[in-house]
Ligand binder design. Structure first.
Ligand SMILES: [Zn+2]
Length: 318
């Protein structure tokens, strides 16, 4: 009883502190209750379930890992930035998965750094830029987008420089690259909005900025499908995961500007009454961009959810 009380007190205490202060890790100690992380500000917390791989979507992960249609691979690995990105064939998913970005327990989120977006998710200099770049000054505080557990936190010499990757309870991962300093360790639990490092210019980077990625089963998707960076909001509580989120690489490089602007904020006039289908569009994307439900779009346009949209086709929005 005493031990339980002590444990809950420690957890409450450390969580209360961790949301507001810098958590530089001083040491880890093995105890009977498990491994404790000791922070420079004299708070501490226990490492929990090392096998954590997504709590909110545990069922979803099980389904996808065992369903014969998918059998996507996943694991908990603190030494690799991507593990199965080339093996998980998300570009050819047959169904649409409904992923809860937030729920009643994990409903907080944060924009990692409030700065100007200097590069979007698009083809760039002959390779796909699988994240967005946010301008910052070296030393600026970078925070976790959602609550979760740090999977990877170290220097990466393939271009990311100092990078932190967090697995979230909602089943997504986020990556924060080119950091000047890392202030978390693998297996550490973090809250949405908690500092995970200081922004910088490490790795393959010309000028200080944050390279921010969102991934599902090791495959990157456009962060702007989830975050409305301009208005500092989530696009919605739910994310429809379907192949169109991942088949961006198939878009010809010559169509780069066309394709990339289609996902940039501001290029969709929220009050528009019609939309002409561009490369990369889907009903789900239109739904998110214009705030009209997929079923409403289907009803107005007398089409089905799985109808194939053709380039130039005009969709009535309202
Ligand atoms: Zn970048």
């Amino acid at each position: 009883m005493k031990a339980l009380f002590f444990l809950s007190f420690v957890i409450t205490l450390s969580f209360g502190f961790s949301q507001t202060v810098c958590n530089k890790v001083l040491d880890t100690i093995q105890t009977e209750e498990g491994t404790m992380i000791i922070y420079a500000n004299r708070t501490w917390e226990y490492l929990e379930d090392i096998d954590f791989d997504g709590v909110l979507n545990d069922d979803l992960y099980q389904t996808i890992a065992t369903d014969t249609n998918y059998q996507f691979k996943h694991c908990w690995n603190s030494d690799q930035t991507f593990v199965f990105s080339s093996e998980n064939d998300l570009e050819n998913m047959k169904d649409t998965l409904w992923l809860c970005v937030t729920d009643s327990n994990y409903n907080k989120f944060a924009i990692p750094f409030d700065g100007l977006i200097t590069s979007t998710f698009k083809w760039r200099k002959g390779r796909y830029h699988k994240g967005i770049d946010i301008d910052l000054q070296t030393g600026d505080t970078v925070v976790a987008a959602f609550a979760g557990k740090v999977r990877y936190a170290q220097y990466n010499d393939h271009g990311f420089g100092n990078v932190v990757i967090i697995r979230h309870y909602n089943g997504l991962e986020t990556a924060y690259a080119h950091l000047d300093k890392i202030s978390v360790v693998p297996n550490q639990l973090v809250q949405a909005g908690e500092m995970i490092g200081k922004g910088g210019n490490t790795g393959k980077s010309t000028g200080s900025h944050l390279h921010f990625e969102v991934r599902f089963f090791d495959c990157a998707l456009d962060p702007e499908e989830i975050f409305d960076f301009k208005n500092k909001k989530l696009k919605g509580e739910n994310l429809f995961v379907h192949k169109h989120l991942f088949n961006y690489k198939a878009i010809s490089q010559t169509k780069t500007s066309y394709a990339s602007t289609s996902s940039a904020p501001g290029t969709y006039d929220k009050s528009a009454r019609t939309h002409k289908i561009r490369s990369g569009d889907s009903l789900y994307k239109l739904s998110l961009m214009y705030g009209v439900s997929v079923s409403e779009l289907c009803r107005i346009n007398k089409i089905k959810e799985n109808s194939i949209l053709s380039l130039g086709q005009v969709i009535i929005l309202r």
